[in-house]
Design a protein. Structure first.
Length: 339
């Protein structure tokens, strides 16, 4: 099934409004029909559009993933295995898992998007990543023309990365299988995310032994204060990735800029990109018709009906300033689609 929509409605950034035909993928049969109808090798399948921005595209075949379903496949001593349709709302699934007292996704609460997007971006927050709970991914492989299942170890997961992100027109994700840990006693405290903001918040409310639901509530509250609601202020969340450098590079940066915060992670040094941007005075500033969010310098917003050139100008202005001062090239977390 296809329909004609305003393309700005397909992205939470609300950019580049114009009519666009879009296919609706509600089943595996719909995927096969879609692939038979399009002639080009390049196409795009989206979910809720919370991490995609449309630039100057013309007649790029578009489809929206709408396959639903949440099914418990099995339970054993190690946990619960759950198959989830790629079109399911991510946070609604996280809420469902917490309501069933299943641990593993609570730190990823309130992240916009669909379940199918979680392995593509390897979404992460507060010390957790989707890869930590994903067992396998079912996808249609356009290279071989078949539906296949890809085990976690073969998904090429990295920081906001995967084989699905590296090959955007090869795989159409259909279903994601998660393995979550079952907490038998609903009142039992759980592992607190190893993240300063979460721990500080729990200390402030004097709750050092939170339940699963309480951890989710804390994460939601923190995100609410740091990130604008895209329904109110058009945005795609974090626009830039955090920076990872070797220990030698980090040492040189620290010598020159001793105030730059650094954290060791996976044998590399993580530098918060938001700090770099904020230190240059961009937080809360307007660059043409793009605004850097007042509470989080990583987030670019579109409250003034910006053009694509406005966005590129803001992106390049920030990247250039960070590079000139710190010698660091910021990479994008959002996916900008152009043709």
């Amino acid at each position: 099934m296809t329909s004609l929509v305003d393309i700005s409605k397909l992205s939470t950034f609300g950019l580049n409004g114009r009519p666009q035909s879009i296919h609706h993928l509600k089943s595996r049969e719909n995927i096969l029909d879609f692939m038979n109808k399009i002639e080009e090798q390049r196409f795009l399948v989206i979910g809720s559009g919370s991490n995609v921005i449309f630039g100057n595209i013309t007649d790029l075949p578009l489809a929206r993933m709408e396959i639903l379903g949440v099914e418990i496949e099995k339970e054993d001593e190690e946990g619960v295995v759950i198959n989830v349709g790629a079109g399911e709302n991510w946070d609604q699934f996280v809420n469902w898992s917490v309501s069933k007292n299943l641990s593993g996704l609570e730190a990823l609460s309130a992240i916009p998007g669909t379940v199918g997007a979680s392995p593509i971006q390897n979404i992460g927050a507060y010390g957790s990543e989707a890869k930590d709970s994903i067992a396998e991914v079912e996808a249609y492989d356009t290279k071989i023309g078949q539906f296949i299942k890809i085990k976690n170890k073969d998904c090429g997961f990295g920081y906001r990365d995967s084989i699905f992100k590296k090959n955007p027109s090869r795989f159409i994700i259909v279903q994601v299988t998660f393995r979550l840990h079952s907490i038998r006693d609903r009142r039992k405290s759980v592992k607190i995310p190893d993240y300063k903001d979460v721990k500080n918040y729990l200390n402030e409310i004097n709750n050092l032994t939170p339940t699963l639901q309480e951890v989710r509530n804390v994460v939601i509250e923190i995100r609410k204060n740091k990130l604008p609601d895209p329904k109110v202020v058009p945005n795609c969340g974090s626009f830039f990735k955090n920076v990872f450098v070797s220990k030698n590079v980090a040492k040189k940066i620290k010598t020159k800029f001793p105030d730059v915060p650094m954290f060791e992670q996976d044998k590399l040094i993580k530098i918060p990109a938001g700090y770099l941007i904020d230190s240059l005075g961009f937080k809360g500033q307007r660059i043409n018709n793009i605004e850097v969010y007042k509470n989080n310098a990583l987030v670019l917003t579109n409250p003034h009906k910006a053009s694509f050139s406005d966005l590129l100008s803001a992106k390049e202005t920030i990247q250039k300033a960070v590079f000139q001062k710190f010698g660091i090239k910021l990479e994008l977390e959002v996916n900008i689609i152009t043709k």
